[in-house]
Design a protein around this ligand. Structure first.
Ligand code: T3D
Length: 266
């Protein structure tokens, strides 16, 4: 991996699991243009590398990600003459879209506070495992914005309209355990167990049929906007394609041979 200790995104690989660590701990890993310029290519590289079968994103230091770095927007320098929509198009649309179309499962290991676009970056991932001391803050309303990085789409789907509006309008800090209780995230675990829990989950997912997992994400997301019949059509089309792949044949063969399957489709 070609990250250095000074990189804004540290890249590390253990077996088939690629870990990307946001690395601006002094600002709780707030996103800057420079960090985006490393993060998206790092995700693209993981997507393109057949040796990667699961991706973990996490943060260095005591925070996961405090969202957009508010000193990097031009707001302070220009006194407000900036196009925030252009920031979304330049950075957050590609980031959110990349995470949600990765060919392998993506796990957010939320080690500390996740605020603004940092919270929604985590929620874009397939699994969010958070340290018990971590929290989620839809900080946008506090600075006169709406949830972004996919937040308007994700929040009501994850926790329903009432809770989504409550979280987004108040900008209140939601502790990890409460986030698990209301279904915003997969799991809250003891702080000391975070990385071990995530590593075990990532290794488990890495041994599973990547292509089927990515298609599962796509089918579930697509079905949200479909009627029942169209969802079944999508299931048939997806099964038709997967059924012709290596992994289905391997999964069935392994079942009858009573051995562990060796999946490879991506
Ligand atoms: O262009 C656009 O803006 C559009 C895109 C918008 C997407 C967004 O993400 S908007 C939301 C941006 N994020 C926020 O509004 C969150 C701001 N941060 C906070 O509210 C708090 O820092 C936290 C609740 C996240 C954590 O609080 P706490 O008390 O644990 O830490 P702290 O002392 O506030 O922060 C530690 C340092 O990080 C501090 O620097 P200092 O004083 O030690 O030099 C703080 O200024 C810095 N920091 C934290 N968040 C940001 C930040 N610096 C720049 N931008 C940040 N977002």
């Amino acid at each position: 991996m070609d990250s250095t200790p000074d990189s804004l995104v540290l890249v590390q690989q253990t077996g088939a699991v690629r870990t990307l660590t946001l690395n601006r701990p002094a600002t709780l890993n707030a996103f800057t243009a420079a960090m985006h310029a490393q993060l998206l290519p790092a995700l693209d590289a993981a997507a393109a590398d057949a040796s990667v079968r699961a991706v973990v994103v996490t943060g260095a230091g005591r925070g996961f990600c405090a969202g957009q770095d508010l000193s990097d927007t031009g707001m302070v320098a220009t006194g407000g003459d900036i196009d925030v929509g252009a920031v979304i198009e330049r950075h957050y649309r590609p980031l959110a879209t990349r995470v949600r179309t990765m060919p392998v499962p993506v796990i957010a290991a939320v080690n500390g506070v996740a605020a603004g676009a940092g919270a929604n970056f985590a929620l874009c991932c397939d699994f969010v495992v958070a340290a018990r001391s971590a929290s989620f803050i839809q900080a946008f309303a506090k600075i006169g914005l709406v949830p972004d990085c996919g937040g308007t789409w994700l929040l009501p789907r994850l926790v329903g309209r009432a809770r989504a509006l409550g979280l987004a309008m108040t900008g209140d800090k939601l502790p990890a355990e409460e986030a698990e209780r209301i279904g915003l995230i997969w799991k809250a675990v003891d702080d000391a167990a975070l990385h071990e829990t995530v590593a075990a989950l990532a290794q488990r997912l890495a041994a599973m049929p990547s292509r089927a997992l990515a298609e599962t994400r796509r089918a579930l997301d697509s079905a949200m906007a479909m009627d029942f019949g169209d969802a079944i059509t999508l299931e048939a089309d997806t099964q038709r394609a997967l059924g012709r792949g290596h992994d289905f044949a391997e999964g069935v063969a392994a079942f009858f041979a009573k051995r562990a399957p060796q999946f490879k489709d991506r």
